[in-house]
Design a protein around this ligand. Structure first.
Ligand code: HEM
Length: 412
């Protein structure tokens, strides 16, 4: 790689560069930061400093494994749009595979009935208000209790099996057409396929469900968390969104045809995903020797695409890159990114783009609309800005927000 002009920090026996990376992170993560969105030096300090030192693409070592970090949008597009298997996904680390199983992410039906529904969540908030809590809710506690429910792992397997039994019984009694025409129904159909060569095992079925549930839940809750933070600190945008929501839905629950018309909300969500992408990195393997741009890459090398670094590159987004300015997305992603749409990657791109993209965007819009219809919110003085990377990008000490219920005439 050196002969092709690729440089990077020196390889160290056994550890590669992992010790340096961890020590850089540990030094920074012990203290919070001011309320700034300039989070790249905090979350990926090594990428921040090594791109400055070694260039846009550089080589690092994860133990004895070579990793090529790529921040050049043309090369990223080439890798992610490839569909001939040259750049397969990297196997997830052991702990993630334990949680996710071997579903579509690591290689994801989503039945929201067991999860935290927006309506239930808003109702819980209303109950707390009823209990004389003067509108101060610790949003994290609720969010965490929802997450814990989802993450009870043994519970997940049992509830999937329970759902299977209910559907199987309904199908047997002829109360439904087949096993249902949603994703879970399709998985069940494959599980009962009369052709044994096409049949999927119980473990595969469960892993696919776990993948969809956890991949979708972890990421969408982080999108909502960061968007609430941004709106709590930029109350002018909060008011603009509330106006849009009230104009489209009044006090009614968000309707499908209106969700597509939430233009200002889409801009805010894009800006939130740009500044605080829940998934910070994408990794790929190099299956066989291949030409990428002007480089020849050897087989078995790992490629790392640091989404966060690309989303915080002033060359692409301008000198105001670390400011919350949803208006940059008013005329689409290409305009916002100086004609580099491949640089906006919150859901990845190409054939392995996030399958839950539309689901996540719709779910986030419904949740935000329902909160905006009922509450005005500000940041609590107890909030400490300390973004950290633990699988996804999250606030280390949670997000504390003060919610003020809107009176009936403020709601119209
Ligand atoms: C804000 C919310 C979300 C974000 C930021 C997000 C982000 C991503 C990203 C970056 C990838 C590509 C990973 C890679 O290539 O290594 C991905 C893949 C995936 N996501 Fe999402 N996701 C979100 C919501 C969801 C939801 C709601 C679901 C399911 C209902 C979901 C299911 C999946 C699955 C199954 C894959 C793997 C697709 C494949 O490899 O073909 N995601 N997501």
């Amino acid at each position: 790689m050196g002969s092709q002009g690729i440089r990077g920090p020196a390889y160290r026996l056994v550890y590669g560069n992992t010790k340096e990376i961890l020590s850089l992170r540990n030094q920074i993560w012990i203290s919070p930061m001011g309320l700034s969105h300039d989070i790249l030096p905090r979350i990926l300090p090594h990428i921040c400093s090594w791109t400055k030192q070694y260039g846009m693409n550089f080589l690092t070592w994860y133990g004895s494994r070579a990793q090529l970090v790529i921040t050049q949008p043309e090369l990223i597009k080439e890798i992610l749009s490839n569909s001939d298997g040259t750049y397969p996904k990297v196997q997830a680390p052991g702990f993630l595979r334990k949680i996710l199983g071997d579903g579509l992410v690591t290689a994801g039906g989503y039945d929201p009935s067991d999860g935290c529904k927006c309506g239930d969540y808003v109702k819980k908030m209303e109950t707390q208000r009823g209990q004389g809590d003067r509108g101060l809710f610790r949003i994290l506690v609720l969010w965490l209790s929802c997450q814990l429910k989802v993450y009870e792992r043994s519970g997940i397997r049992d509830s999937i099996i329970k759902m299977m039994k209910t559907r199987e019984e309904k199908a047997l009694k002829g109360e439904s057409e087949g096993y249902g025409n949603d994703y879970f129904g399709l998985l069940l159909k494959a599980y009962h396929d009369p052709d044994m060569t096409k049949r999927i095992s119980l473990d595969v079925l469960i892993d696919e469900c776990k993948t969809f549930y956890i991949a979708g839940h972890e990421t969408t809750t982080k999108l909502l968390t960061w968007t609430i933070l941004l709106l709590a600190t930029h109350t002018d945008w909060q008011e603009k969104l509330r106006e849009e929501v009230l104009e489209l839905f009044g006090q009614k629950n968000p309707a499908p045809d209106g969700i597509g018309k939430l233009k200002t909300m889409s801009m805010v969500i894009n800006e939130s995903l740009r500044l605080y992408p829940p998934a910070v990195n994408i990794s790929r393997n190099v299956e066989r020797e291949v030409r990428l741009g002007k480089y020849i890459l050897p087989a078995n090398m790992e490629l790392v695409i640091p989404i966060l670094a690309i989303h915080h590159d002033p060359q692409i987004w301008g000198e105001d890159v670390d400011l919350f300015k949803p208006e940059r997305f008013a005329d689409g992603v290409a305009k916002a990114s100086n004609n580099t749409p491949a640089a906006f990657l919150p859901f990845s791109s190409g054939p392995r783009i996030c399958v839950g993209l539309n689901f996540a965007a719709t779910e986030a819009k419904i949740a935000l609309s329902m909160i905006l219809q009922r509450y005005r919110f500000n940041l609590s003085p107890s909030y400490v800005h300390s973004p950290v990377l633990v699988v996804t990008l999250r606030p280390q000490h949670g997000l504390q927000v003060i919610f003020q219920p809107l009176s009936v005439n403020q709601r119209n």
